[in-house]
Design a protein around this ligand. Structure first.
Ligand code: HEM
Length: 500
């Protein structure tokens, strides 16, 4: 009986409480949205969960694109538990908000799941703050178009070594490409050759890192991201696969942060660290400030976090782009043959291509291959989410403060008003109409927007260019042939997380 009374009281309390909440939230919106602009369109939601259980966990980008068409709106609104979510499905909306209103959309939501994995002070996940500005400035100035020229020799050397290894052991081609991608950013960030054991541990971590990035679901959108206190509870109580995954695979992130940085510090102390790597001047500055007993701008965890960001953000994205490139060549052989024909005609066969050849306008088709890889299969289909700092109005729709804002790079890459036959891998689409092309614009969305746009874009594109071009002139790429004489088409499945 007492239980029944308590239950009835509880229900009555909940009803009054939710009525109050409802009224309070209406007043809140009235106050902040005085002209009562409507929110962007959204499907029906559920009590407490909002749209959490409505949005598919696999390939939500495709669902958003469909909905955008259904509601005839490039901006959509959702609620994930308590958090407002905005999805931008067109280049125009992303440019208007994330780029032109950059100051309002340059923060990040909290990524609790990634915190559990042990990410250090990582620019990618930092909200807008003075610390963000310091880290962003450091990375941005290190990877400008002109500053990355100093890395060309490293990129060419690494590409040639990787292709030689592929020629010697073709069945391990993908691990040779992965070590190509990781060597470049590891050298640039930390400036060290690791000992055999350290290298084996880092190689193991890099080979598994994709699982951390790809299987964590859409970043910032899991149950744990919405209710951070759950991250402290035991798995049997929370029953979250994502949390279990973050706890079990956290060592990968920690190894990628700590092993190369410990080697850099060791070499720095011994005076043997290369001074053209990212951490060298920062360790120098830190040591100088310590000597003078001054509190510097950057701590050791800052330097470690910034260098690890370059390493982790840089190797997996570059490697996966190369894999997509190989896939494109396998499924569109004429592109591969045309690229080889152009390279042989322009450069000849007496020498290997180098990055300075990229300046040659006759080789523009090769750049367009790199651009088309990013459009054809954007690595982060929903990007890394931004966060709105203040309320805003766009195209007559209310965008609330604190919203998690995704840009749907996948929908932008399939916009049929811009890209004819979007499923086709076709570098010619970017050539001018007068040159026999389709005159379509290169898609910037795979690298993001506004003040959070990828600072490593130029470096990544140069690495991908030199690896693919060296591969094209030295190796034939084709599907295996089965016993029946037929080609075996690869079965490809993309994962659905931060990076594919
Ligand atoms: C093809 C390869 C790459 C792709 C497709 C890619 C894509 C992206 C995307 C979509 C973002 C989020 C942008 C936004 O929020 O608007 C991003 C951020 C970032 N990328 Fe890349 N990236 C690549 C390579 C690299 C490389 C080589 C580096 C390092 C040198 C790098 C470092 C970063 C960093 C540090 C951020 C965070 C920026 C911030 O939050 O302010 N990326 N990248």
């Amino acid at each position: 009986m007492l239980g029944l009374i308590c239950g009835a009281l509880l229900i009555a309390f909940a009803a009054v409480f939710s009525q109050r909440l409802f009224t309070a939230s209406r007043w809140y919106h009235k106050l902040h949205n005085p002209h009562s602009y409507p929110l962007p369109p959204s499907p029906p939601s559920q009590f407490f969960f909002g749209h959490t259980r409505v949005i598919p966990t696999r390939n939500p980008e495709k669902y958003y694109k469909k909905l955008s068409k259904k509601y005839n709106s490039d901006v959509l609104y959702f609620k994930q538990y308590r958090t407002p979510v905005i999805v931008l499905n067109s280049v125009k909306a992303a440019n208007e908000l994330l780029s032109k209103q950059g100051a309002n959309y340059s923060s990040r939501p909290r990524f609790v799941l990634f915190e559990v994995m042990g990410w250090g002070l990582t620019l990618t996940f930092m909200p807008w703050s003075p610390l963000f500005k310091t880290h962003r400035a450091l990375l941005q100035k290190s990877f400008t178009k002109s500053n990355i020229i100093q890395y060309q020799a490293l990129q060419e050397r690494s590409a040639r070594r990787a292709i030689l290894r592929i020629i010697n052991s073709p069945s391990d081609w993908s691990s040779h490409l992965r070590s190509f991608a990781s060597t470049i950013v590891q050298q640039i960030a930390f400036g060290v050759e690791l000992s055999h054991d350290e290298d084996a541990r880092v190689q193991r971590a890099t080979s598994l890192a994709n699982r951390v990035l790809a299987e964590g679901g859409s970043p910032g959108s899991t149950l744990i991201d919405n209710f951070p206190f759950l991250a402290k509870l035991p798995i049997w109580l929370v029953r979250s696969k994502a949390l279990e995954h973050a706890r079990n695979l956290g060592w990968i992130i920690r190894d990628l942060h700590d092993i190369p940085f410990a080697a850099s510090r060791r070499e720095f102390e011994a005076g043997t660290l290369r001074d053209d790597c990212f951490v060298s001047p920062l360790l120098e500055q830190f040591a100088e400030e310590k000597k003078q007993d001054k509190e510097g701008e950057l701590s050791i965890p800052d330097i470690n976090g910034a260098a690890a960001t370059i390493f982790i953000a840089g190797f997996d994205t570059t490697y996966t782009t190369l894999l997509v490139g190989i896939l494109a060549f396998l499924s569109h052989p004429p592109v591969f043959h045309k690229a080889r024909e152009i390279l042989e005609r322009v450069i000849g066969t007496a020498r290997l291509p180098s990055l300075s050849d990229r300046e040659n306008p006759e080789l523009r088709y090769l750049d367009y291959i790199v651009d088309e890889i990013s459009r054809w299969r954007p690595l982060s289909p929903l990007g890394v989410p931004h966060k709105s700092v203040e309320d805003d109005v766009y195209d007559g729709m209310f965008i609330p403060k604190g919203a998690t804002v995704y840009f749907n790079a996948w929908a932008m890459s399939r916009d049929e008003a811009t890209y004819r036959e979007p499923e086709r891998f076709c570098p010619e689409r970017y050539l001018e109409k007068g040159e026999g092309g389709w005159g379509e614009p290169v898609l910037q969305a795979p690298f993001g927007f506004g003040r959070r746009v990828c600072p490593g874009k130029y470096l990544a594109q140069a690495s991908v260019w030199i690896a693919l071009v060296t591969l094209i002139v030295t190796v034939d790429i084709s599907n295996l042939v089965g016993g029946d004489g037929e080609e075996i088409k690869p079965e490809v499945e993309f994962s659905s997380g931060l990076s594919r």
